[in-house]
Design a protein around this ligand. Structure first.
Ligand SMILES: Cc1ncc(C[n+]2csc(CCOP(=O)(O)OP(=O)(O)O)c2C)c(N)n1
Length: 602
């Protein structure tokens, strides 16, 4: 049998209504034919794979990403008529990063599948990525049948133990009757409390065996409390003490985005007159041009954000986990401040710092209490004026003395031309930091980047997932020439699913971020960071059937971006940038955040 997939044909297939409903009528129970005494109805019996699909539908699973194989073939067979759309990636890493981008933009829980052995191990980076950045997803890792598990059977890998440290929870499904409960618990765990990836190891016989299905009773997970009751008195104390502080600052992290609390954050910051430092994943929680937004803090933060962290006398951290990229050397971090920390995950409290006000709870609940009643503005006008003076004296800058296209300028132009609904995705490296520094974020939850893990190869597939989640948005994928080549195979999905992602490829012919460290801290010993030979990216675009443009000047940059933004087609735009451009300012490793270098042009 052969079939043809026309361009964009699968885009339609991505709509949940496109396919026929699943035909999973349970076989009639044998007992029903005897018909004598009235007995309780026996539960319907399903093939495991059909039951799995049934439960996925009950959970509202709307999107699957993956690649099939022997261990998951029954599952895929059951999916055939299920109506649940499936994105066929070209590498499992691509599938899971796409699911990650989809989850961040849609707010839903995608499903990811990989077959046993290599299919599952290929998912590992994406699982760790979702874990670090608290992204919800349910992962089915195929496994060999229970009868041969532990014998090093073909394509067996110990995925359950391998993923123990990088999942919110994981299950090894060994009994068919547990399947519905385990799947339902997985969705529940993934989407509640601190969100995250939940993995189910799925031996092949779990999908081929017949399984009776009794609807699981209500979710009862001992020792799991996803909605902690916040300590109101403590939050009110924070409010009082913050109002008395002379140099207060708020740190806004991803927890604000996850809680959908950006509006509340903004209202509170404005009423209390407190400036806000953003973590990388907290960018956008206030618009970048809001007068109280200090931009990003930390290793590549702004001077005024970092000095605010260093000189504050009261620091209210909402939904950030005090990552070392934010804090710099801990002994210098906010040395004179009383510190309040709101986190949905109790394990984060006291993990890095001994906080004065550890508050276990949701960012939204905390901000609602802070906003309740009158909010006294803190006496911080002098403090705000001081930070403003730093902003004027040490603005973000880039070199203008070199005959090359400066990447920061490209980010600025793209930011200026973009519409407000823009979704910004990045890969990992220098370009990621240039975007964090120079892009003007307008709305919360529209910045998709690999924060905690820093996984190169994330950008392109995550942009694919983001565009699937919001088909009308302008999606920009900023990638470096190194990371782009790690998941470049997913380019074909742009055409297959009709996704008009604009890829902004920053070509500096190097693994730029590592090269920068070698330049600054290893006496310019460029060990294995310079690319001697590169593919022809324009021919690559051609091979994948998307528009390719090569750009070397600012004028070309503007013209090509204008063209790309008004065209509903995927673009690969290669910016040939200054190979020696660096991300500055920089807090050298081991320093406090106030000890930055490169704060001004030399
Ligand atoms: C999978 C992976 N391998 C290695 C690294 C280490 N690393 C961090 S940034 C970077 C360089 C990235 O180069 P490129 O993608 O070209 O982006 P640029 O820094 O030049 O913007 C490397 C190798 C990483 N973060 N992830």
């Amino acid at each position: 049998m052969s079939f043809e997939v026309t361009e964009g044909a699968r885009a339609e297939a991505l709509s949940p209504d496109a396919a026929a409903p699943v035909g999973t009528e349970a076989p009639a129970g044998e007992d029903s034919e005897r018909g004598a005494e009235p007995r309780p109805e026996p539960p319907p019996v399903y093939r495991g794979a059909d039951l799995l699909v049934e439960v996925l539908k009950e959970e509202g699973a709307e999107m699957l990403f993956g690649i099939p194989g022997g261990a998951t073939i029954n599952f895929y067979d059951a999916l055939y008529n299920s109506g649940i759309p499936h994105v066929l990636a070209r590498h499992e890493q691509g599938a899971i990063h796409a699911a990650d981008g989809y989850a961040r933009i849609s707010g839903k829980v995608p499903v990811v599948t990989g077959t046993s052995g290599p299919g599952s191990t290929n998912l590992m980076t994406g699982i760790a990525n979702a874990w670090f950045d608290s992204v919800p997803m349910v992962i089915f890792a195929g496994q060999v049948s229970t009868s041969v598990m532990g014998t090093d059977a073909f394509q067996e890998s110990p995925i359950f133990s391998m993923t123990m440290g990088i999942t919110k929870h994981n299950y090894q499904l060994m009994r068919g009757e547990d399947l519905p409960r385990v799947v339902k618990e997985s969705f529940y765990l993934a989407r509640t409390g601190r969100k995250g990836p939940v993995l189910i190891e799925l031996p092949k016989d779990m999908t081929s065996n017949e399984i009776p299905y009794r609807k699981p009773v209500e979710m009862r997970l001992r020792a799991y409390n996803p909605t902690p009751k916040i300590d109101r008195a403590l939050v009110e104390k924070v409010k009082r003490d913050l109002a008395r502080a002379k140099r207060p600052v708020i740190v806004a992290g991803a927890g604000v985005v996850h809680a959908g609390a950006s509006e509340l954050l903004r209202a509170f910051a404005e009423r209390a007159r407190v400036p806000v430092v953003h973590t990388l994943l907290g960018l956008g929680t206030l618009p970048s041009d809001h007068p109280l937004s200090l931009g990003m803090g930390g290793m590549h933060g702004t001077v005024w954000a970092n000095m605010a962290l260093h000189e504050c006398d009261f620091l209210l951290n909402i939904g950030s986990r005090f990552d070392d990229r934010l804090t710099g050397a801990l002994e210098h971090f906010a040395p004179r401040a009383r510190i309040a920390h709101v986190d949905i995950d109790e394990a984060e409290l006291g993990k890095v710092l001994d906080e004065d006000y550890p508050i276990h709870g949701d960012a939204r609940d905390a901000l609602a209490i802070l906003l309740d009643g009158a909010v006294d503005p803190s006496p911080s006008e002098e403090w705000l004026a001081y930070l403003e003076s730093l902003r004027r004296e040490y603005p973000l800058w880039y070199r203008t003395d070199r005959p090359y296209l400066q990447p920061q300028r490209v980010v600025q132009i793209a930011s200026d031309l973009a519409s407000d609904d823009v979704i910004v995705v990045t890969d990992v490296g220098q370009h990621q930091m240039w975007v964090a520094q120079f892009f003007r974020f307008r709305r919360p939850g529209r910045f998709v980047t690999s924060g905690g893990l820093g996984a190169m190869g994330f950008g392109l597939p995550a942009a694919i997932g983001a565009q699937i989640a919001d088909r009308d948005a302008l999606v920009l994928a900023f990638v470096g020439d190194g990371g782009f080549q790690m998941t470049v195979e997913e380019l074909i999905l742009l055409r297959e699913y009709d996704l008009p992602v604009k890829i902004l490829l920053f070509n500096n012919n190097s693994l730029g971020m590592v090269r920068q460290w070698q330049e600054l801290f290893y006496e310019e010993r460029y060990s294995a960071t310079l690319f001697n030979i590169q593919p022809d990216f324009m021919r690559l675009a051609d091979a994948y059937g998307i528009v390719g443009r090569r750009v070397e000047t600012e004028e070309e940059a503007r013209a090509v971006l204008e063209e790309a933004f008004r065209t509903r087609a995927p673009y690969l735009i290669e910016f040939v940038i200054d190979p020696m451009a660096n991300v500055l300012p920089m807090v050298p490793p081991g320093n406090g955040v106030h000890e930055m270098q490169g704060v001004k042009p030399e």
